[in-house]
Write a protein of this length. Structure first.
Lengths: 1075, 296
């Protein structure tokens, strides 16, 4: 390498730095620390002869050097793999911790296998004359049945205020597009009260369809465990109405939403049943048309004997809500269609058939659901019978209530009502009460009947209470308190002959039912505290180790990998063995797998602690203002999650922190000695703050933020489509963002080689296609073109798939094989006029090598990865979110420049990865999300696909939801790679500088994980601590779930995209410049 | 950390390019090139020696807090009119404080020692910090105008430069852009009068001193402590706003300005204590203690 002939070449190769220094404003790092670093290397210019260049120049490298290169490259690869192993271990620890916490935190209810039987009445009636002989299914099992047949229609997301006439609550309020479109329910209930009644029908959250169907058929309360399984439902094995009907030999038909089939497999008549895919929320018509087409033939007298009960499930209203929001003309159209369907049903239904129409949940102001806000839980229930048997007990209840605040029934009340009307036994686990209107008789004075059905229901609840307490093997906490009502009611009922006494017995039974319901509600908030503590302990000790690994380690992290992985592996193996032995011997009350996982986790923590604390450590305390700033951001945010207010206003708080960082960065820039650093630093700091504030105009408010917040993400607060002007945003992104990236590349003369093609052409093309996609989408929504919806849809999907092919197919390939973004010019024999003042006073006539882009080889090369994922994430966002993601990319770049001009990149200060964490969370809120379940944009799964496909659909939703966090996580290695000076081995030394690079990368990455891990631990601990808080399900629990999901996603992305990407970045730079 | 005292003219230009800077800042930037040796930034400022100055320097922050406490109820009821009405009072008090307790710009720096008259500089040279010799010549000439002119100039600069810049900063930190504009402007004006009046009065538009101000690198003294305290106090003042206590005083900008007042009072008093006086905030890892305090 040190051949004398290369001297001149070598000199000139150093000098190529200089034109860049003077050429442009954002060039070579010139902060004081780095300048001296460069200065040191200048006397040994031979170092900088690129190895690849030597080959190109025809200089033969000798075999020793080749061997050395191979050794170092191999070392780089192996150490890199080792670091991946460490990251995977961190991921596994997090998964284990979250699993144990979740297991204890998410509510559990014991499922009793007992089934109610037609022949056995729920009470022992030997004391007085039996009122009813059980087991006569022709007359009714427990009670005189009223109907032989029933048509139960669920109109998904039929909110109560859709069904009643609009009544302004304030003077100037105007009727929305969803008002007054389905008047049939209210009209019949008012005009023919003996034939129909309409009531608000309150759902128990979570308000997802799967959960609601469970509640509507079993009559019991949902538990939180099921909330996440909306994507894949599981069969109900509890006693339920459908199973009872089936057991009684009824022929059941189901039409519509296929969720029913995952809940009740093989319960329905295979010839008549027509299930439809429920998740294509952009399809408003297929399911509804299918249900209608198959429903009405069944009503034909010829087919009357073929079925007993029909369950129909319309999805159009729900999908219209998801897609457009309730205040949209499509919603009105959909509701009018439903109105017509119901009118037709009324006409065709016969006297012995009960007609039930209901919503399973409501929808929030944007048409989404899942949470427990008032709009989401307030559905409507309407029952109709041609023979006229319904009644009202008082004049106050004569008309349907104006709003659910006046009067309502819980959804579980449907189960006993329907069971008794159809002559079925009440399902064993039922906690609901019979609905008064259905049993009060035409004149509303049939107190005897009311008392009888309520006695039956109460008796069944009491039986359930008893069994539950027995199965639980605990004290009779379930029966405490409410039993007094039971005995009181029984006594009253026993002596009761007059209506007044029966009336009071009825009231007592009612009190008993509702009292028990409340007790159960409280009791099933039954947390497994030891398991929660185990989870928190795993997370906490993992985090404590990570603090030392990321911030306190003095040695190169690649050196530690071997012992860390060995000891952690040994610890987990040992722990797993001990755990399984303990599990087998039964010392602990948990399955063997769980105990072995628990002990393995703690074993690996102990092993890793041994390894980490055995090496050189410095106290992991911040040693600069920046360190303190990161600590303050992380810790104050973590503390803030204890308060519902700070959780609600997280987006504003993040903006506050980001602005704080920008201002401090500006102040710090003013302290830099070199004018260039000062000016550039200040410029990028101002830019950083301005961009952040600009992004803040994209917001989607959560309910709790009202009235201090105005949503801008969609066309209006009650819509989930974009306004027409928002469709211009993707085009702006197409225009601006590639140019911005180009400007940052040009700053270090790196817009060379692959980058001009990739960023200037391919990336821009991808963005353009994305813009077209959303134009087509808007055209579809607005009906702008006279093209069939099918054609629009398939062309749209093709465009989206094409963008994905660019981003991930071509992008990944290009990333793996691209050369660094440099261009090397070799000119011989002519003096360079642009370089009049070469410091060495170079004579003309010698070989001059100009390497453009030398100052930022690693950074520009690695940034391709961010560009690729950025394209995919942008495609997955709504137009407003695309603008936000564009701003995010821009802010990431200005952050990198700030880090560079303030000499923060080389010193590995924690602020870079932490601010990236803040950016990720901040833009999560700027892309139309909030820490509530209902803001998950499920419909984005259908951007490139027409049906649900595993595993792609969930991945697409993740890409939409956590896109900003994913992008930020990928950008984390850039905090140490951006404008990193090229390091090659100095002669006479044996260390491998690429290992220092790896160590820096993994330090930055683990710091990022540290930030997210702390947030996750905080939200976890607060959710656990505040588990009896009124706002648990509304605020703390969703935030905990978001934190856990983000941590998991980022762990995976950081390891398998970010750090894995460093491999190709390092290899391709090493190939050109040597090691 | 959010402290942003008023800006000298060159600040707005910095983002575009360095060539727009006034000559003096450039000469400091590339330290060696220019002929006149760069003037070192002003040292920490001491309160004037006299009995009145000493007493009032302690009384002034307390007086401001007292005023805030007395008017707080009105402030909560109608922030805009109250802030508007109080602004002249505050400005008057700040000028009074500066005139009574502080050496005006251009006066020979006290350097912690006693300077009998402490009146210095003729009007013409006050704002030209480069000409030390000229200033020295007139140093002993007493006259009330040497105090009035810097006071007037400081008020002008505070109104014209500091208030808009602080308003912009408030918006950047999340203050509403389309509503509450009067509140933002008045809040910024109060903060500007609190922080910048004394700074301009004492330092004029001395480039190197102001560079230290932008870099939050001034040595601790009553003036700088008050200015930094105003910013840090306002930063912490934002903390209670999101809480759902439904108190009327949680409305913007009441807590921010209250924080600024308290921060000003604390800052100007604490920074005079012997353990802090003259110390500078370090961003770099050398002195850890200061870092800790700075980030409080």
């Amino acid at each position: 390498m040190a051949s004398p002939t290369l001297e001149g070449l070598a000199n000139s190769s150093t000098n190529v730095d200089d034109p860049k220094l003077s050429a442009s404003s954002s060039s070579r790092p010139s902060s004081s620390s780095r300048s001296s670093d460069l200065g040191e290397r200048r006397p040994q210019p031979k170092l900088q002869v690129p190895a690849g260049l030597q080959a190109r120049m025809g200089k033969k490298t000798n075999s020793v050097q080749e061997l050395r290169t191979q050794v170092m490259e191999g070392e780089f690869k192996i150490k890199h793999l080792g670091l991946l192993g460490v990251l995977v271990w961190i991921l596994l620890l997090h998964v284990a911790g979250i699993f144990f916490f979740t297991k204890g935190f998410l509510l559990t209810r014991m499922v009793l296998d007992n089934k109610s039987s037609c022949k056995i009445l729920p009470f022992d009636d030997s004391s007085h004359a039996p009122a009813w002989t059980a087991g006569r299914s022709d007359k009714g099992c427990w009670h005189q049945k009223s109907f032989d047949k029933a048509i139960v229609i669920i109109i998904d997301a039929l909110r109560y205020d859709f069904t009643v006439p609009f009544a302004p609550s304030v003077e100037s309020e105007q009727a929305h597009l969803f008002h007054n479109n389905i008047p049939v329910l209210y009209e019949t209930a008012v005009n023919e009260p003996e034939k129909a009644f309409l009531l608000p029908f309150i759902a128990d959250p979570p308000t997802t369809t799967l959960q609601r169907l469970k509640g509507l058929t079993t009559g019991t309360l949902p538990t939180f465990v099921d909330a996440g399984s909306n994507f894949a439902g599981t069969a109900i094995d509890e006693d339920n109405l459908v199973a009872q009907l089936r057991a009684a030999g009824k022929n059941l038909v189901h039409l519509g939403d296929d969720t029913w089939h995952s809940l009740f497999p093989d319960y329905f008549d295979t010839n008549l049943t027509r299930p439809f895919d429920s998740f294509n929320v952009w399809d408003l018509y297929t399911v509804d048309n299918g249900v209608t087409a198959n429903l009405f033939p069944l009503l034909h007298p010829d087919n009357a004997t073929k079925w007993d009960v029909v369950f129909g499930h319309y999805l159009g209203v729900d999908h219209a809500g998801h897609r457009y929001g309730p205040d949209h003309s499509t919603m009105g159209e959909k509701l009018r269609e439903m109105d017509q369907v119901i009118r037709n049903l009324i006409e065709m239904v016969d006297d012995d058939t009960l007609l039930v129409i209901m919503g399973d949940h409501g929808m929030d102001s944007k048409g989404d659901h899942g949470g427990e806000s008032d709009d989401e839980v307030e559905a409507a229930l309407w029952m109709y019978s041609k023979k006229g048997m319904f009644g009202r007990t008082s004049t106050e209840t004569a008309r349907p209530p104006k709003s659910p605040r006046e009067r309502f029934v819980p959804q579980i009340d449907l189960v006993p009502t329907l069971s008794l009307l159809l002559g079925m036994p009440i399902p064993f686990n039922n906690l609901g009460s019979p609905i008064e209107e259905a049993f009060a008789g035409t004149y509303g004075n049939d107190v005897k009947n009311l008392a009888a059905v309520n006695r039956l229901t109460s008796a069944q609840i009491k039986r359930y209470q008893h069994e539950y307490a027995a199965a639980r093997g605990e004290d009779h906490s379930l029966s405490l308190g409410s039993l007094e009502y039971w005995s009181e009611a029984e006594q009253t009922f026993a002596k009761g002959k007059s209506d007044a006494i029966l009336r009071s017995a009825y009231d007592s039974y009612r009190q008993y039912q509702r009292g028990t319901l409340e007790i159960c509600r409280g009791l099933w908030a039954n947390f497994d505290v030891p398991s929660m503590i185990q989870g928190v302990l795993i997370l906490f000790s993992g985090l404590a180790l990570l603090v030392f690994y990321a911030r306190g380690l003095k040695v190169n992290r690649t050196e530690l990998t071997g012992s860390l992985l060995t000891l952690a592996g040994a610890g987990s193996g040992l722990g797993g063995a001990v755990g399984s032995v303990i599990g087998v011997l039964g010392f602990v009350d948990m399955p063997i797998i769980e105990s072995s996982v628990l002990f393995a986790a703690f074993g690996s923590i102990i092993g890793a602690a041994w390894s980490i604390f055995g090496s050189q450590l410095s106290p992991p305390l911040p040693n600069s203002l920046w360190g303190w700033l990161s600590l303050i951001f992380t810790v104050s945010q973590s503390i803030g999650f204890a308060s519902n207010s700070y959780t609600i206003w997280e987006d504003e708080i993040l903006l506050f922190f980001l602005s704080t960082f920008g201002v401090v960065a500006g102040v710090s820039s003013m302290r830099q000695k070199a004018t260039q650093d000062r000016v550039l630093g200040l410029y990028h700091s101002v830019l950083f703050v301005l961009l952040g504030r600009l992004a803040s105009f994209s917001r989607l408010c959560r309910e709790e933020q009202m009235p201090f917040c105005r949503s801008t993400y969609y066309a209006s607060a009650t819509s989930s489509t974009s306004a027409p002007w928002q469709l211009a945003i993707p085009f702006l992104v197409t225009l601006i963002i590639p140019a911005v990236i180009k400007a940052y590349y040009t700053g270090s003369k790196s817009y060379e080689g692959t980058s001009s093609l990739w960023i200037g052409v391919t990336f821009r093309l991808g963005l353009l296609i994305t813009s077209l996609f959303w134009i087509l989408e808007g055209a579809d929504d607005g009906g702008w073109f006279n093209v069939s919806k099918e054609a629009l849809k398939s062309s749209r999907m093709f465009l989206a798939q094409f963008v994905f092919a660019i981003a991930f197919g071509a992008g990944t390939t290009a990333y793996m094989y691209a050369k660094p973004c440099i261009s090397i010019n070799v000119s011989k024999g002519s003096p360079d006029p642009e370089k009049p003042a070469s410091p060495s006073g170079q004579q003309p006539g010698r070989t001059t090598v100009t390497i453009l882009g030398f100052g930022n080889v690693y950074g520009t090369r690695f940034f391709f990865l961010v560009v690729n994922f950025g394209l995919a994430v942008i495609l997955m966002q709504k137009p407003m979110g695309q603008g936000a993601i564009g701003l995010l990319l821009w802010q990431i770049l200005s952050l990198l420049e700030i880090l560079d001009t303030n000499a923060l990149a080389t010193t590995n200060v924690s602020i870079g990865p932490v601010v990236l964490g803040l950016l990720g969370s901040y833009y999560y809120f700027k892309t139309g999300h909030q820490a509530v379940l209902s803001t998950i944009q499920w419909e984005t799964a259908f951007i490139p696909l027409s049906t649900v496909k595993y595993p792609w659909s969930p991945l697409l939703v993740i890409l939409n939801t956590f896109g900003p966090q994913i992008l930020s996580a990928i950008a984390v290695p850039l905090t140490v790679l951006w404008k990193r000076p090229l390091q090659v081995q100095e002669p006479g030394k044996t260390d491998n500088p690429s290992l220092r690079l790896l160590s820096d990368v993994v330090q930055a990455v683990t710091t990022h994980i540290l930030y997210l891990g702390t947030i996750n631990l905080a939200t976890t601990m607060w959710a656990g601590h505040l588990r009896r808080h009124l706002m648990l399900y509304r605020i703390f629990s969703p935030r905990f779930m978001m934190g856990a999901a983000v941590l998991g996603v980022v762990d995976v992305v950081v390891a398998f995209v970010g750090v894995l990407g460093v491999r190709w970045c390092g290899l391709s730079v090493g190939e050109v410049f040597g090691w | 950390m959010t402290s942003a005292p008023p800006s000298p003219p060159h600040r707005t230009g910095t983002s575009s390019s360095s060539s727009s800077n006034p000559t003096q800042s450039q000469s400091n930037a590339s330290a060696s090139a220019q002929a006149p040796p760069p003037k070192p930034p002003a040292p920490a400022v001491s309160i004037l020696p006299g009995q009145l100055a000493r007493v009032y320097s302690f009384a002034h922050p307390v007086l401001l807090l007292g005023l805030l406490a007395v008017r707080f109820k009105k402030f909560v009821e109608d922030p805009v009119s109250e802030l508007f009405g109080d602004l002249p009072v505050l400005a008057g008090l700040q000028v009074l404080y500066a005139v009574v307790c502080l050496p005006p710009a251009g006066a020979p720096s006290s350097k912690g020692t006693t300077v009998e008259s402490s009146l210095g500089g003729s009007e013409g040279t006050v704002l030209k910090p480069g000409r030390i010799g000229l200033r020295r010549k007139h140093a002993k000439e007493a006259g009330i105008s040497v105090k009035v002119v810097p006071a007037l100039i400081s008020l002008t600069l505070t109104t014209l430069l500091a208030t808009p810049i602080l308003s912009i900063l408030l918006v950047l930190f999340g203050a509403p852009l389309t509503t509450h504009n009067l509140e933002t402007l008045l809040c910024a004006a109060h903060m500007a009068v609190l922080s910048a009046t004394a700074l301009v009065y004492v330092h004029g538009v001395d480039g190197s001193t102001w560079r230290e101000v932008w870099g939050v690198g001034r040595p601790a003294d009553a003036v700088w402590g008050g200015a930094l305290g105003t910013g840090v106090g306002a930063w912490f003042g934002a903390v209670p706003i999101p809480l759902d206590w439904d108190r009327p005083w949680q409305a913007y900008p009441i807590t921010i300005l209250t924080g600024a007042y308290i921060g000003y009072a604390l800052g100007s008093l604490i920074s005079r204590s012997s353990c802090l006086y003259g110390k500078r905030i370090q961003f770099t890892p050398e002195v850890e203690e200061d870092m800790d305090k700075k980030t409080e």
